[in-house]
Design a protein around this ligand. Structure first.
Ligand SMILES: *[C@@H]1O[C@H](CO)[C@@H](O)[C@H](O)[C@H]1NC(C)=O
Ligand SMILES: CC(=O)N[C@H]1CO[C@H](CO)[C@@H](O)[C@@H]1O
Length: 421
């Protein structure tokens, strides 16, 4: 990590602690210090989100990272077809999510959102029917503001109930709710308004909070949505990806089944990183129990990219029933500008007393990396069988005390470690 990112990460942690102390009094403007406040807070906790979704992190595709505003119903349908023909839907990638730019700038005379006639002429109900006929689910997008981030369509601020009902009537299964063009009200007020609207809409709709980490949604999001963004938007570079992994990791303890940290959607297949860097990207997202929302053009996905996102062993880590987000447990490296060594061990428990361990080399040169049992939560003296998740191979060596690998620059080793005695 360079100096800027280290100090901003530190700052974010300080802010997190401050918010831990103060935020409980702020949720929905309720003062929890008063007895009445406690009651209201408790009601919110019990009532707000009970949609039963996301026992494991969401998996699917979104139009944004590759297409941005250049979307239409043909692309969405062809992507649904591609999810099936590539075998990705069978692996669990079921959400087909339309991002920004799908609606007309003006609502109809009843105030209802209108799909853009030039790009979605058949309407969203027909598209949902098509996507459902493939065994997939349809996602849509809005903003907790007056307009969405593209400024080409309305947001849902003030229209939460109507829009949630509209989405439900179309057969929508997932809502990504962005944070642009709002009135300055806190996200802890604007986001629960949509939660309540969705809960009333009569259809279980996955609720993806996208407030870019404002006011640390990890601290309040589990009562409000099924996942929450911990960072601003990712872009298709190593630096952008790795810094989001860093920010997201700070909140690891707050993720759990039904409620996940979201470091933003995947860039695998968009061309800005090397194959090894995309493997790191996918590995960290998998062990971080991040939503696995693909962001490339699936109609043209390359063999390499398909192989990465189809790694069923990495996906199984993401879906592990314990639902515990992995953390950084050790860092070794130089400080300063000319960093030669920067290696990280990430680890997190899996069901069956297993541990997922990531040996990550962020340095510019190849490096040997050793993960000690003590660091990764394996009892000392345990004899371990190691499964290499990217080689799809159980290693013939049994390991005692540590596991060591030589790892290329901007590459990783991902192991599932299982005690055998
Ligand atoms: C790893 O453990 C082995 C014993 O299994 C020991 O010989 C070796 O020194 C350890 N390596 C490191 C780098 O700690
Ligand atoms: C860049 C590229 O090859 N794009 C193609 C991806 O697939 C669609 C549909 O199959 C084509 O229309 C694009 O030209």
């Amino acid at each position: 990590m360079d100096r800027t990112s280290r100090s901003s990460l530190l700052m974010s942690m300080v802010m997190l602690l401050t918010h831990l102390l103060t935020l409980s009094t702020e949720i929905n403007g309720v003062d929890s210090a008063s007895p009445k406040g406690y009651m209201v807070m408790d009601t919110l906790r019990r009532n707000l989100l009970g949609n039963g979704l996301a026992l494991s992190p969401a998996m699917g595709w979104s139009s944004w990272n590759h297409f941005a505003c250049h979307i239409d119903e043909k692309i969405i349908k062809e992507t649904a077809d591609a999810l099936v023909s590539t075998g990705l839907s069978k692996l669990g990638y079921t959400y087909v999510n339309i991002d920004d730019c799908w609606a007309e700038m003006v609502r109809d005379d009843k105030g209802t959102l209108v799909p853009k006639s030039s790009t979605f002429p058949s309407g969203m109900k027909a598209l949902a029917d098509y996507v459902h006929s493939k065994g997939l689910k349809l996602g849509i997008y809005s903003s907790a503001g007056y307009y969405t981030c593209s400024n080409t369509m309305p947001g849902s601020l003030g229209y939460e109930e109507l829009d949630a009902k509209t989405f439900a009537s179309w057969g929508i299964d997932y809502l990504k709710y962005d944070n642009c063009n709002h009135d300055g009200t806190k996200p802890t007020i604007r986001y629960p308004a949509m939660t309540r609207a969705l809960m009333k809409a009569g259809r279980p709709i996955f609720y993806s909070i996208c407030d870019w980490g404002d006011m640390h949604p990890a601290l309040w999001g589990s009562n409000v949505g099924n996942s929450w963004r911990t960072t601003t938007d990712i872009s298709d570079t190593w630096e952008s990806m790795i810094i989001r992994a860093d920010y997201n990791e700070v909140y690891a303890d707050l993720a759990r089944p039904g409620a996940w940290n979201d470091p933003d959607m995947l860039e695998v297949g968009n061309g800005g990183m090397t194959k090894e860097e995309y493997i790191v990207h996918f590995s960290i997202w998998a062990i971080s129990k991040a939503p696995l929302i693909l962001g490339c053009d699936l109609r043209n996905i390359t063999k390499d990219s398909l192989e990465i996102v189809s790694n069923n062993e990495a996906i199984a880590i993401n879906k592990d029933p314990l639902g515990i987000q992995a953390k950084k447990v050790r860092k070794e490296g130089d400080r300063g500008i000319y960093i030669k060594k920067s290696i990280y061990i990430w680890a997190g428990p899996l069901s069956g007393y297993r541990v997922a361990a990531l040996l990550l080399n962020r340095s510019p040169i190849k490096s040997s990396i050793t993960a000690e049992w003590d660091d990764i939560g394996i009892p000392p003296g345990s004899v371990i069988e190691a499964r290499d998740v990217w080689e799809h191979k159980t290693l013939s060596t049994q390991f005692v005390g540590n596991i060591t690998a030589t790892v290329d620059s901007h590459a990783c080793k991902l192991y599932i470690l299982k005690p055998i005695s």
